[in-house]
Design a binder for this molecule. Structure first.
Ligand code: SF4
Ligand code: SF4
Length: 72
């Protein structure tokens, strides 16, 4: 199989936990989060998966899953 040099990280938002307090939007250094029709939407071009939003969310509604694969 071919070599992979991809990074596969993921951003998960759990709607049922979110209280729409807006803290994540305010804390994001990239200004990459906003609510669109009640859904937290991440601008993938801006987000670098730093995890700050997940850290500051008081309801643990955001999870950043790091799964970095490096080419050897
Ligand atoms: S900080 Fe958490 S609870 Fe608040 S709006 Fe963001 S995801 Fe929702
Ligand atoms: S992971 Fe960092 S850059 Fe991405 S949305 Fe959250 S705070 Fe913003």
């Amino acid at each position: 199989m071919g070599k992979k040099s991809q990074t596969s990280d993921d951003f998960v938002w759990q709607r049922e936990r979110c209280k729409k307090c807006d803290i994540c939007q305010k804390m994001c250094p990239q200004h990459g989060l906003k609510f669109v029709d009640g859904v937290l939407t991440r601008d993938q071009a801006k987000c670098n998966l730093c995890g700050i939003c997940a850290l500051y969310c008081p309801d643990q509604a955001i999870t950043i899953i790091k799964n970095v694969k490096r080419k050897t």
